[in-house]
Design a protein around this ligand. Structure first.
Ligand code: PEP
Length: 249
């Protein structure tokens, strides 16, 4: 059975107080729920999030990490810094990092390798832009994103990887992929892994969907056979919405 997980990507939202409050709400409302749950607060909130979630089932994810190990890289945060405060999980390749901060395939490949070298768990995001979908070019784009940043990895490292399909046109737009569109890509990606590695590995990898998942559409997306959970942006900032989404899996 593949691991099912719902992760809240808080992006550049919340502050010290509101983050602590949201964490307490999520912990108390998820006590009797048997689903893997993650939250990804901003860098400055991670230390406190680790402390606040210590006795809960909530896993803390960083939204990013540096491609470099250490040194003169002003403003960057390294894998070893994250580990030193207990953060063992990281999101890499979010479309906002790709488009706003120009993170290309080679940067993302370095980030993944760096995280894995430090034994961190990686959620690797990929997904096509609206123009790629409209021009029917999306299978090619997605293959390239995965091949260029991940398919060089040794098969043994894949037990540290979770994938997240996030069509760019659906992130923060209110426009969700239909369950069929999500399933089509998730199954395509499983085939790609099978071709490049093995069928056994392709069946083990969790593939999350992200892009305007809300309480009213979560169930239809999560019911697809190759969708193993979600990466949730906006709706994860409201504990009731987030819990409703978790309960939909
Ligand atoms: C995200 O940021 O990963 C995301 C899916 O955002 P939203 O749910 O707001 O579309």
């Amino acid at each position: 059975m593949r691991k099912k997980i719902i992760i809240g990507n808080w992006k550049m939202n919340l502050d010290f107080e509101s983050s602590n409050y949201l964490i307490q709400e999520i912990i108390s409302k998820s006590e009797n729920i048997n689903v893997n749950i993650g939250i990804a607060p901003s860098f400055v909130l991670l230390d406190e999030a680790i402390k606040n979630t210590k006795y809960s089932k909530i896993k803390v994810f960083s939204q990013n990490l540096s491609e470099y190990k250490s040194g003169a890289y002003t403003g960057e945060v390294s894998a070893s810094m994250l580990l030193s405060i207990g953060v063992e999980n990281v999101i890499i390749g979010h479309s906002e990092r790709r488009s706003i901060f120009n993170e290309n395939h080679s940067i993302l490949k370095n980030k993944v390798e760096n995280a894995l070298l430090h034994n961190m768990n990686v959620v690797f995001c990929f997904g096509e832009k609206l123009e790629d979908r409209k021009s029917n070019n999306y299978f090619k784009i997605i293959s390239k994103q995965l091949k260029d940043s991940l398919f060089n990895l040794d098969v043994n490292l894949w037990n540290k990887i979770i994938l997240a399909y996030e069509p760019v046109w659906a992130i923060g737009t209110g426009e969700t992929a239909t369950p069929e569109q999500a399933q089509e890509i998730h199954s395509f990606v499983r085939n790609l892994i099978s071709e490049n590695y093995s069928k056994t590995l392709s069946e083990k990898i969790s593939i999350l969907y992200g892009g305007s998942v809300k309480p009213n559409n979560a169930q239809s997306i999560f019911s697809q056979k190759d969708v193993d959970g979600g990466l949730i942006g906006g709706a994860s900032l409201d504990s009731n919405h987030f819990i409703d989404i978790i309960n939909s899996i």
